[in-house]
Design a protein around this ligand. Structure first.
Ligand SMILES: N[C@@H](CCC(=O)N[C@@H](CS)C(=O)NCC(=O)O)C(=O)O
Length: 216
C-alpha cells in the first residue's frame, strides 16, 4: 500500500516548492518510495476529518496503513528509518544526522519563519521595518554559524542525509530575501541539493499541482 501525503490544493507559494509537503516528497523520492498525494483546501485543512490527522490543521500529513503522522521532522525520520539513503548506518553518525534535522527546525528555522510572518501578516504595522532589521540580524547570526560549520564541505556531516534535506528546505525560504547572497558556500550547498534528481522530481511533482490548478 502506498503512503498518502497531504498537500495544498492551492499553494500560497505558487509552486515554488516552499510548502512543507516538498520535504516529504523529496525524502520519498530519495529513498525511491512511490506515494500518493491528497490535495486539501484551506477549509478542509481546518475541518475535523483533517484535524484527526493533524490536530493543528496543517499539511503535510503522512498515512501508511494504520499509521498517521504529522510534523515533517517526524515524518522524515520515519521514512529515513524504514529505508536506506537518508541516514548513515553507523549509530553515532546517525545520531548526528538526526541532530541536524532538529537544528534545522529548532535553531535555524524560527527566525526565518518570523521574517515570513512579519512580511506577510504584519507588513502594515509601523514597527515592522524596525522589527525586520532585528529579525534579519538573528537570521544572519545563524547563517554565519552554519557557514562556519559547513566550511567547504559538501554536506553538514559526511554524506547527504535527512539533516541536509531539512536544512536545505528551511534555507530555501530565504531565496527572495537577498540575505543568502553574502553566503556563497551556503548558496553552493543549496544548489548542490537542488541538483539532486530526487529534489527535482519532488519539485516537479508539486509544481504540476500548481500548474494544473491555474490552467483550469
Ligand atoms: N512544524 C510543522 C509546520 C507545518 C506547517 O506550517 N504547514 C503549513 C504549510 S507549509 C500549513 O499547513 N500552513 C497553513 C496553516 O497553518 O493554516 C511541520 O514541519 O510539519
Amino acid at each position: 500500500m502506498l503512503p498518502i501525503i497531504t498537500a495544498f490544493q492551492s499553494s500560497p507559494d505558487r509552486g515554488q516548492g516552499l510548502a512543507r509537503d516538498m520535504r516529504v516528497r523529496w525524502a520519498l523520492e530519495e529513498v525511491g518510495r512511490p506515494y500518493q498525494v491528497r490535495l486539501v483546501s484551506f477549509a478542509e485543512m481546518k475541518a475535523p476529518p483533517h484535524r484527526a490527522l493533524n490536530p493543528f490543521g496543517q499539511i503535510p500529513t503522512y498515512q501508511e496503513g494504520a499509521l498517521t503522522l504529522f510534523e515533517t521532522g517526524s515524518i522524515i525520520l520515519h521514512i529515513a528509518k524504514q529505508h536506506a539513503g537518508l541516514l548513515p548506518d553507523e549509530p553515532a553518525a546517525q545520531a548526528r544526522a538526526i541532530s541536524w534535522m532538529f537544528a534545522a527546525v529548532s535553531t535555524v528555522e524560527p527566525p526565518i519563519l518570523e521574517r515570513a510572518s512579519a512580511k506577510l501578516l504584519e507588513a502594515d504595522q509601523p514597527w515592522t521595518p524596525q522589527r525586520l532589521l532585528l529579525i534579519d540580524d538573528r537570521i544572519r547570526a545563524r547563517l554565519d554559524e552554519l557557514a562556519a560549520h559547513l566550511g567547504d564541505a559538501e554536506w553538514l556531516d559526511g554524506g547527504f542525509s535527512a539533516g541536509d534535506l531539512m536544512m536545505v528546505h528551511v534555507l530555501l525560504r530565504l531565496g527572495s530575501s537577498g540575505i543568502l547572497g553574502a553566503y556563497p558556500t551556503l548558496c553552493a550547498y543549496l544548489a548542490r541539493a537542488q541538483d539532486r534528481p530526487a529534489y527535482q522530481r519532488a519539485f516537479d511533482a508539486q509544481l504540476a499541482v500548481f500548474t494544473a490548478a491555474t490552467s483550469r
